[in-house]
Design a protein around this ligand. Structure first.
Ligand SMILES: *Cc1c(COP(=O)(O)O)cnc(C)c1O
Length: 475
């Protein structure tokens, strides 16, 4: 048998940032003060921060060099032109409107494309994407394959769209009611799961038949391309850059949160091929973001983004990036921890329903598990379950998602394999004491995207909520 070689990060460290260690007593106090919501912790009180991979990546020396070279002209900055050129070269979209981050691009495209009463099908929702569709008067319809809702299924391309479901929706509502299909490369809420090229090609054929455009949420397109390269027969010998380009070429427009794949701390854009949509976006961006050659970004940030795009599609980079996530995931699998299968590309998702089966979903098991992990080691994760799913717009009830997850999201190029070992140890420690972990009740709920600012209090193990306030012992 061929011996498997150890592998290491394809970069070395030029500058370090000190981490702050805390005691268990301090962490108890900090999580109480944060209302058991890891979003409300101070970052200085966190040891290993796996809250998100958004804007938390380490920039390269070349990107930092661009920060110094930034052209801060109000109009026509060279850095905008560099960024536009990088988008055209690597993604192939013709027209680029910069925005301060991804949701701003979603805001623009939703306003331009969606009329009240429209339906927007997509491969599972993303929080900000769906909210902007709804604020524009649309209704989001999930047309992802059923496997995506099953954390046990080992299907490789859980980001695929169920084309039959989609066509039924088009026929039922009429193509004129469907302004576009919202297609994300790697589906965040399903656990960072990719869509296959063959599914995307079939989607292109179906949407062309009805003359419906595809809006590509390209937040993690390079990670998705890497999975296609690894698992789709015809793509084994193509580079990630080639596959990225092929994905983009099958779609009509794209929203980008450059804080993820593109290796910058802030930034995003809307990119389109249709000149009329571009014209409209270019005039709207001035209202909401800034002039069309900076859209809420500093010149230096656009310069760093141009370099980040180039670095993000390198095979070396993406192999190590996804490899680190897989390393952590495999360690947890070996320890028998219930996680979402298969392991995604930007994080490992703990299956809180299985981890804490004794906590009913309306006592927020994933929220509670994230708090417990922080208490154990200072590792910060986030809830992706009933809190994130929000309430039904009509009935006001909680949406009860099938997936109740805690996301351990890995920033790009920030932590080493040893940090991953510490995280795995801590998850195992929490798993060993899982029976003593209770649920939570929500004591403050914001109107929009409640998971960011909601506050909770502990519910002792074995207690049940009656109404919204009262507690009674149920066992
Ligand atoms: C982060 C993200 C967004 C929104 O981008 P922001 O830069 O956070 O505004 C949209 N879609 C997906 C899939 C994301 O992960």
């Amino acid at each position: 048998m061929k011996r498997k070689r150890a592998w290491a990060e394809p970069y070395k460290i030029k500058m370090i940032e000190h981490l702050h260690m805390t005691t268990p007593e301090e962490r108890r106090r900090f999580i109480e003060e944060a209302g058991y919501n890891t979003f409300l912790l101070r970052s200085k009180d966190v040891y290993i921060d796996l809250l998100t991979d958004s804007g938390t990546s380490a920039m390269s020396d070349r990107q930092w060099a661009q920060i110094m070279l930034g052209d801060e002209a109000y109009a026509g900055s060279k850095d905008f032109l560099d960024m536009e050129a990088a988008v055209r070269e690597y993604y192939g979209y013709q027209y680029v409107v910069p925005t301060h981050q991804g949701r701003a691009a979603e805001h623009l495209i939703s306003k331009i494309m969606i009329k009240p009463g429209d339906f927007v099908p997509g491969n599972m929702y993303f929080t900000t994407t769906r909210l902007h569709q709804e604020l524009a008067g649309g209704t989001f319809v999930d047309v992802i394959v059923d496997e995506a809702h099953d954390p046990e299924s080992d299907f490789t391309f859980k980001g695929n769209i169920n084309l039959q479901k989609l066509e039924e929706l088009i026929i039922d509502k009429g193509p004129e009611k469907i302004p576009y299909v919202s297609m994300a490369t790697t589906v965040n809420m399903a656990g960072g799961q990719p869509i296959s090229m063959s599914n995307l090609r079939a989607l292109r054929m179906l949407t062309s038949k009805y003359n419906i455009p595809i809006v590509h949420d390209m937040t993690r397109v390079a990670e998705n391309a890497y999975m296609i390269q690894q698992y789709e027969e015809d793509y084994r010998h193509k580079t990630v850059a080639e596959i990225v380009r092929e994905i983009c070429d099958l779609t009509d427009m794209a929203t980008m949160s450059a804080k993820k794949d593109a290796l910058v701390n802030i930034g995003g854009f809307l990119a389109v091929n249709d000149y009329e949509v571009f014209e409209e976006a270019r005039s709207l961006v001035v209202v909401y973001e800034g002039l069309h050659t900076y859209g809420g970004m500093a010149g230096r940030d656009m310069g760093a983004l141009a370099v980040g795009i180039r670095e993000s599609v390198s095979d070396e980079h993406i192999k190590a990036r996804v490899g680190q996530v897989q390393y952590l995931g495999n360690k947890l699998l070996e320890a028998g921890i219930p996680i979402v299968h298969p392991i995604g590309t930007h994080g490992v998702f703990l299956n809180a329903k299985q981890f804490l089966p004794h906590i009913p979903q309306d006592q927020f098991p994933a929220q509670s598990l994230a708090a417990e992990l922080y208490l154990d080691s200072g590792v910060r994760a986030m809830e992706r379950g009933i809190v994130s799913a929000g309430r039904n717009k009509k009935t006001g009830e909680h949406n009860y998602p099938k997936l109740e997850l805690v996301r351990l999201t890995i920033p790009r190029r920030v932590y080493t394999q040893s940090h991953m070992d510490v995280v795995a140890d801590s998850v195992e420690a929490v798993y060993d004491k899982r029976e003593n972990i209770g649920g939570l009740k929500m004591v403050f709920e914001p109107k929009y995207l409640r998971f960011f600012q909601a506050r909770f209090e502990p519910v002792p193990v074995g207690w049940e909520l009656v109404g919204n306030e009262e507690l009674s012992y149920s066992k």
